[in-house]
Design a protein around this ligand. Structure first.
Ligand code: ADP
Ligand code: MG
Ligand code: MG
Length: 207
């Protein structure tokens, strides 16, 4: 992954969020406060502006900038969580062109950052429920000899399955946890946006 690919990833995320803003808002209106679509759209549109401003030479520069922009532009839980994730991913991608193994460690650092900040574990009905299986599938594919594009494709599938699996979970973190058992039966908005982020990575890596 070079700086151009990192940029393309952020642009693909922004496009996917744009396309799915209403879906994310509807999911968040069922178990939250109906702002996840708007939060994500504001954040990634600010990222596009921030990236347009500056020549960024490494994938790490692009993704650290993305993380910092998400933290400063998105209120709510998801902004700091995704912001910390992208900052951690970026910090692990120093150098002009990261290989698939390095991308795996970077994605893992991002997950660690989300868990450190939000203290969620798998099963809590959060971002972690899509992100954890995505990283596992990415790693599995590399282990089986696949490259970056194949790993990202498997990660996207696993993230989508992980997001769907949040439907039957009871939320134990974030706003949805206030609903207790009434949070069951709805797919988690944050896990759903995480699946969009991994799908975007899969899209740009096959180009
Ligand atoms: P808010 O809940 O503040 O309105 P958003 O609606 O933008 O923020 O984001 C909600 C999403 O954030 C949830 O669907 C969930 O996936 C995620 N989330 C909330 N708290 C946590 C946490 N502690 N760890 C991981 N993800 C979390
Ligand atoms: Mg919300
Ligand atoms: Mg909110």
């Amino acid at each position: 992954m070079d700086a151009a690919l990192a940029r393309a990833w952020v642009q693909a995320i922004a496009a996917a969020i744009d396309e799915h803003t209403d879906q994310l808002t509807q999911l968040d209106s069922a178990i939250g406060d109906a702002d996840h679509g708007a939060n994500m759209r504001r954040g990634f549109s600010a990222c596009l502006d921030a990236l347009a401003d500056t020549p960024l030479e490494t994938p790490g520069d692009v993704l650290v900038r993305t993380g910092a922009t998400l933290i400063s532009s998105v209120g709510g839980a998801a902004g700091p969580l995704y912001g910390s994730a992208f900052r951690a991913i970026g910090r692990a991608l120093a150098g002009p062109d990261a290989g698939a193994e390095q991308v795996l460690s970077a994605l893992t650092e991002g997950l660690t950052a989300v868990k450190r900040l939000g203290a969620a574990v798998p099963g809590d009905k959060t971002i972690v429920d899509a992100y954890t299986p995505a990283v596992a599938a990415f790693e599995q594919e590399l282990w089986e000899g696949g490259g970056l594009a194949a790993a990202a494709a498997h990660a996207a599938e696993a993230a989508e399955a992980g997001a769907r699996a949040t439907t039957t979970m009871q939320a134990r973190k974030g706003r949805a946890s206030y609903l207790g058992p009434r949070s069951v039966g709805h797919q988690d908005p944050g896990a759903t946006s995480t699946a969009l982020i991994f799908r975007a990575l899969a899209e740009v890596t096959v180009r």
